[in-house]
Design a protein around this ligand. Structure first.
Ligand SMILES: C[S@@+](CC[C@H](N)C(=O)[O-])C[C@H]1O[C@@H](n2cnc3c(N)ncnc32)[C@H](O)[C@@H]1O
Length: 323
């Protein structure tokens, strides 16, 4: 499929304006909320929203409401997106205006990270209590064990390992395991928990889920449990998690289904109010994983949260590995 000539003109018109090109360049780095774009571009919300509407109408960006916030990202595919990729590839990244925007983006990220870090530091000791506020942890953990199944795990990697609950849950069936977290306080608590559980072959590392520095294809089970909703760029985190999965290995992501509990954003540093099956499946498939399976664990409370477990595998399933 290609664009009709008049559609190409519409797409080029939408992209062919300084602020809109800047927006495209920023969204190529990560999905952003409207208010974040306003801050980076130093423009009013009505103005930025107008630009975004034109870009969305031309098929260059996608709008997705998430609770009371609205996020934008580059369109997942299509000719307009390919045209945007071409335009951006031919645009000098070092251009002073774009370079300043990237610096501002870095400042927005740093602000997010320091808020999140302060939150996790404040709540490290209470974390196990906080995480059981919303749904029955016992049910979630039973479902995780069921999803992982009895197949032995050579190397388990737990990204955003927090207090180490996933390591103590799944570590016993793994020959070696690594937990990685950005918060030193969380790592300290995890060290105690892992030692108490007698998991000798478990290493805890300080690191960033966006750039784990772990070798490609080095794990046969990667777990990302209740981490993605805090992140500015969950798609990139899924890509990095997927990169670590070796042939025949699996990636297991646990997070919430879309919800509207805005207080989690205001009081608990959540950035995304859950994820749809479609976006998660797309991210998993984009990282080369297949056979996505989805478990749903609704809360008993009417206003509660539904926990989702998305599992996908790299390559063929080994004999005897089916759940
Ligand atoms: C809600 S806790 C979940 C911890 C653990 N997976 C669990 O379920 O108990 C989220 C964890 O993600 C960590 N985290 C947040 N951003 C991160 C990043 N960019 N890289 C690594 N860890 C991160 C936080 O420090 C925190 O420990």
């Amino acid at each position: 499929m290609s664009l009709a000539a008049n559609q190409t003109v519409d797409v080029l018109r939408a992209a062919g304006e300084p602020s809109r090109l800047r927006i495209l360049a920023l969204l190529a780095r990560e999905e952003l909320a409207v208010l974040e774009l306003c801050k980076i571009l130093d423009q009013s919300q009505p103005r930025v929203s107008r630009h975004l509407k034109l870009l969305a109408d031309a098929g260059l960006v996608e709008r997705f409401p998430d609770g009371a916030w609205v996020f934008y990202r580059l369109a997942a595919g299509g000719d307009a997106r390919h045209l945007a990729d071409d335009i951006l590839a031919r645009t000098d990244d070092q251009d002073p205006i774009l370079a300043r925007d990237y610096e501002q983006l870095q400042a927005v990220r740093a602000e997010r990270a320091s808020d999140a870090d302060a939150y996790f530091a404040r709540n490290a000791a209470r974390w196990d209590e906080i995480r059981s506020l919303y749904v029955s942890e016992a049910a979630v953990e039973a479902a995780i064990l069921e999803a992982v199944g009895p197949e032995p795990v050579r190397r388990l990697v737990d990204l955003g390992s927090g207090t180490g609950r996933m390591l103590t849950l799944l570590g016993p069936q793994a020959s070696t395991s690594v937990g990685l977290d950005l918060s030193q306080q969380m790592l300290n608590i995890a060290r105690t928990h892992v030692a108490e559980a007698g998991l000798a072959a478990c290493e805890l590392r300080h690191g960033d889920i966006f750039d784990t520095r772990l070798p490609e294809g080095s794990a046969d089970l990667v777990v990302v449990h209740q981490v993605l909703h805090y992140l500015g760029d969950p798609a990139t985190a899924v890509r990095e998690a997927g990169r670590l999965v070796g042939q025949g290995g699996r990636l297991l992501i646990v997070d919430f289904a879309p919800h509207s509990l805005e207080f989690l954003r205001e009081q608990h540093q959540h950035r995304r109010l859950g994820f749809t099956d479609a976006e998660m499946s797309r991210w998993l498939e984009e990282t080369g994983l297949s056979g996505v399976s989805i478990d749903s664990l609704p809360s008993a409370r009417k206003d509660g949260l539904t926990v989702k477990i998305w599992t996908a595998r790299r390559g063929q399933m080994n004999k005897g590995t089916s759940r």
